[in-house]
Design a protein around this ligand. Structure first.
Ligand SMILES: Cc1ncc(COP(=O)(O)O)c(C=O)c1O
Length: 401
């Protein structure tokens, strides 16, 4: 028996890599501040639970393969408020943004065809692209440049006859980079001029901490209707990761036909989750105002905490709820293991995601980390204190500095 080449090309999730070790460390009585996973702690709006409780169909049946019509309608109305006009046929409900990405890759990639992705990027992109037999062409960025990637010449240099798509995350995970309108327009132009799909992962759309960005979406550029694929989700927007409801949006009719086949093959997204998700789209906009304000405070706390640690290189992220930072350690992976096994301050330690797996280019991100600021401010302050103490002790004990 043999495991497929495509499966062997996929990597385990770096966010969960240290999970078994962390479980053991916790069993031994140490407290861990988890900054490794983007699991928001903001309470899910009550509307989700009320709607699922009120559901009283006698049989819990499959939903339609492209999605619950009421949910699709709610999503259309949400986009209309952003000034983006969608038909019901343009939207396919998926099991989270994750399935939206997978179905898109399966629909547009053949073996050895390429997707240009700015690195560091969300590591599960590797799985989605590789599952479809594709290859990632990394658009390299650096901490010194604040991980910005919207440079036409650098993008165009990566385009080959095998390129099928440019894939971006805006606002970015893991970097928190948000594109300006001009940068979005330039990338849209490049995709259009080179006849490429533009996969725009916008699951963090509501989390932009400077009003000048508004609520960004490539969907406003109607001249790229045939190129554009928007990936969306209720996970982050409504603090509802467990609902497992997202969608893929495209006006490209051929692509719609392809995606529909994958939707039909898995029959339906969970019926009850879609009922709850439909109700989420009616929550008051005050919910976003409050959660954004909360994350902004947390971002400021983490950035300040990182800036107070000597030798840390960090740029203030403008969106999402992550910050990528370069630490004055030799190897973030080794440092994380050491923090869990050898370090403790009052019985506490801290956990982040080591940076290297967020890069395609070998040797990149070795001393970088991604921090998800999904804890309350006070906890974040303590986590930053632990990180500072850990770095100082590690440098002394492990690096002889
Ligand atoms: C950039 C990005 N895209 C997509 C997803 C998928 O999320 P979900 O499947 O919960 O919608 C995530 C989750 O963390 C993400 O960070």
């Amino acid at each position: 028996m043999k495991i497929s080449i495509n499966a062997n090309r996929c990597e385990p999730s770096p966010m969960r890599k240290f999970h078994p070790l962390a479980v053991k460390v916790k069993e031994d009585g140490k407290k861990i501040y988890h900054l490794n996973i983007g699991q928001p702690d903001i309470p899910t709006p009550a509307a989700f639970y009320e709607a699922t409780r009120a559901f009283d169909n006698k049989t819990l049946a499959y939903e339609a393969s492209p999605g619950n019509p009421a949910l699709i309608d709610a999503i259309r109305k949400y986009y209309a408020k952003l000034g983006i006009s969608l038909d019901a046929d343009d939207i396919f409900i998926t099991t989270g943004g994750s399935e939206a990405l997978l179905f898109t890759c399966l629909s547009i990639l053949d073996p050895y065809t390429e997707v240009i992705i700015p690195e560091p990027y969300y590591p599960n992109y590797t799985t989605f692209v590789h599952a479809a037999g594709g290859v990632i062409r990394a658009l390299h960025t650096t901490p010194e440049e604040g991980y910005r990637y919207a440079f036409r010449d650098r993008i165009e240099k990566l385009i080959t006859k095998n390129t099928r798509a440019i894939m971006i995350t805006n606002p970015g995970n893991p970097t928190g980079v948000v594109l300006s309108r001009e940068e979005m327009r330039m990338i849209a132009d490049v995709a259009k001029e080179h006849d490429l799909f533009l996969i725009s992962d916008e699951v963090y759309r509501e989390f932009c901490y400077d009003d000048k960005y508004g609520i960004p979406s490539m969907g406003r550029f109607t001249d790229i209707d045939d190129n554009l694929v928007i990936v969306d989700s209720v996970s982050k927007r409504f603090s509802s990761c467990g609902a497992r409801v997202g969608c893929v949006i495209t006006k490209n009719k051929e692509l719609q036909q392809a995606i529909l086949k994958f939707c039909q093959s898995r029959l339906s997204v969970a019926t009850l989750d879609q009922v709850g998700a439909t109700a989420l789209y009616s929550v008051d906009k005050e919910f976003f105002v409050q959660s954004k304000a909360e994350y902004k405070k947390r971002r400021d706390t983490v950035v300040q905490g990182l800036r107070d640690i000597p030798g840390v290189l960090v740029e203030e992220p403008m969106g999402a709820f992550y910050v990528m930072a370069q630490l004055p350690v030799d190897d973030a992976d080794k440092f994380q293991r050491w923090l869990l096994t050898a370090f403790s301050d009052n019985g506490e330690t801290v956990m982040f995601a080591p940076g290297a797996p967020f890069y395609e280019t070998p040797g990149s991100g070795i001393n970088e980390v991604r921090i998800a600021y999904v804890l309350e401010q006070k906890e974040l302050q303590r986590a930053m204190e632990l990180l500072g103490k850990g770095i100082a002790q590690y440098r002394k004990e492990q690096m002889g500095l």
